[in-house]
Design a protein around this ligand. Structure first.
Ligand SMILES: Cc1cc2nc3c(=O)[nH]c(=O)nc-3n(C[C@H](O)[C@H](O)[C@H](O)COP(=O)(O)O)c2cc1C
Length: 145
């Protein structure tokens, strides 16, 4: 079983969390692939996506994740064999707290991909150790595989 970890990040926080989760998955014996802001062609053959994304702009995806989701929106591919989970980083000072998570969930569900567990929304205003916080959530994802 290969787990494809996809990060969307501007200044690196979500990228660090993605790298950490990938390391933990590897130590638990999973085979993994890590992509920072991939193109659809890079990840379309993978069946499990763990997406780690921050939110920017007014509830937008980070710039490096926009191309992937634009390509998904423009594609007529059915993604029903894709299972996914989402980890978001955001700041609860914004009304659009972690809206990138909602966008990812909506867009993938529209293409019939299957969300396998509740998403994690990390509030960087209150959570200092975001990598550990995400690691603590990881069993939910693993148990749903
Ligand atoms: C210009 C700017 C806009 C932001 N907009 C949002 C937002 O709409 N919603 C949210 O939850 N967080 C927002 N944030 C907070 C970031 O998501 C948060 O700082 C996150 O840790 C950034 O991670 P990154 O370095 O991986 O991009 C914003 C941050 C900046 C600098």
């Amino acid at each position: 079983m290969n787990i494809c970890v996809i990060s969307g990040s501007t200044l690196g926080s979500a990228e660090y969390v993605a790298e950490h989760l990938e390391e933990v998955l590897k130590t638990q014996g999973f085979s993994t692939a890590l992509f920072h802001g991939p193109e659809l062609d890079d990840v379309i053959d993978e069946n499990i996506w763990l997406i780690v994304t921050s939110t920017h702009g007014a509830g937008e995806l980070p710039d490096n994740l926009k191309p992937l989701f634009e390509q998904i929106a423009a594609s007529d591919k059915d993604l029903s064999s894709l299972r996914f989970a989402v980890v978001g980083l955001g700041n609860s000072d914004y009304d659009t707290f972690c809206h990138a998570v909602n966008k990812v969930e909506t867009q993938l569900s529209e293409k019939s991909a299957v969300k396998i567990c509740d998403s994690l929304k990390i509030d960087v205003l209150h959570v200092d150790d975001q990598e550990q916080f995400a690691e603590d959530w990881l069993p939910q994802f693993i148990n749903a595989l």
